[in-house]
Design a protein around this ligand. Structure first.
Ligand code: NDP
Length: 289
């Protein structure tokens, strides 16, 4: 193996230590902790696990977080009213609504109702528009996690060829815009891309956000490239693998994230980072030293 393994858990620990201090500063200034609410409409068992993981990190950082569990048969009007109430609650600085929602509820309504300043996972049209325009905005936390990895590993982006495989609203699309902001030359690939290998072989930085086990193999990677694996794929025989065939790619790449232990551990940490940032913005910013 020639590549450096990018240790997401170690980076997560480093960021958490910084955030703990930031939360303490907030408490000193405001007399109470930043507040986070996770809204979960019952029905999807997987999102229960996800909520618990966020609550655990929040507790570790000193963020006041709670789960608002709503019944699966809640009406659109009732969900709307619950979100309006959270928008108005000054003790709540960040809100995330767990997806997927039951079929009778619209993700569009949620995105349009949530106050942009509390929308810490960047789903609202205002945050999305600001990201498009290159203005400060909250962004989907997985995209933020990938950018944080690239920044903390000092991976050069300016003028570099970056290929993103995947164009979803939660990962590929926001990531491509964030990379453009860093002056990378960005190519976004998807299921209809015809010359994928040709494109990926040119990438100085290759990011896979597809959801296909081990699809990125050594021959798709430029020697020395940085490879970031966003994919999380549960195997029928048990265990989790990424979109990147780690063993073979590590022979060619310069640096690569493992799965598990790469992007995954950072996603919720970045969600909390955006919540703490939201809290500061809502009280008028950090005090000058
Ligand atoms: P989506 O299914 O929404 O998007 C997948 C993308 O991959 C689509 O743009 C699709 O193209 C593209 N794609 C599918 N097949 C191919 C192919 N053969 N060649 C090239 N592109 C292809 O997934 P998400 O973006 O939500 O998630 C991607 C992966 O990241 C999943 O494994 C998910 O579990 C993981 N994930 C990890 C997170 C983390 O914290 N690490 C958080 C969120 C997601 P098209 O648009 O044409 O259909």
């Amino acid at each position: 193996m020639t590549a450096t393994t990018i240790d997401g858990r170690a980076l997560g620990k480093e960021i958490r230590a910084e955030l703990r201090e930031d939360v303490q500063r907030f408490v000193e200034v405001k007399g109470r902790a930043p507040g986070l609410v996770i809204v979960r409409v019952e029905g999807d068992p997987a999102s229960g696990v996800y909520s618990k993981a966020i609550l655990r990190i929040a507790k570790d950082l000193g963020v006041e977080a709670r789960l608002e569990l709503l019944p699966a048969d809640i009406s659109a009007d009732e969900l709307h009213a619950a979100l309006v109430r959270l928008n108005q609650d000054v003790t709540v600085h960040g809100v995330i609504v767990q997806m997927p929602l039951p079929a009778h509820l619209s993700q569009k309504m949620v995105a349009e109702t949530l106050a942009a300043e509390k929308d810490i996972d960047g789903i609202s049209p205002l945050n999305t528009g600001n990201l498009f325009l290159g203005f400060p905005s909250f962004v989907p936390s997985t995209a933020a996690a990938v950018m944080e990895i690239l920044e903390r590993t000092k991976t050069p982006l300016q003028g570099k060829r970056v290929v993103v495989i995947g164009r979803s609203n939660v990962v590929g699309k926001p990531l491509s815009l964030l990379l453009l902001q860093k002056n990378a030359t960005v190519t976004v690939c998807h299921s209809r891309t015809t010359n994928l290998v040709e494109l990926t072989r040119e990438a100085d930085v290759l990011i896979a956000a597809v959801g296909r086990p081990n699809m990125v193999t050594a021959e798709m990677v430029k020697p020395g490239a940085t490879v970031i694996d966003v994919g999380i794929n549960a195997l029928p025989e048990g265990g989790i693998v990424g979109d990147v065939d780690f063993a073979s790619v590590a022979e060619v790449a310069g640096a690569v994230t493992p799965t598990p232990g790469g992007v995954g551990p950072l996603t919720n940490v970045l969600l909390l980072k955006q919540c703490i940032e939201a809290a500061w913005r809502q009280i008028g910013g950090r005090p000058r030293p």
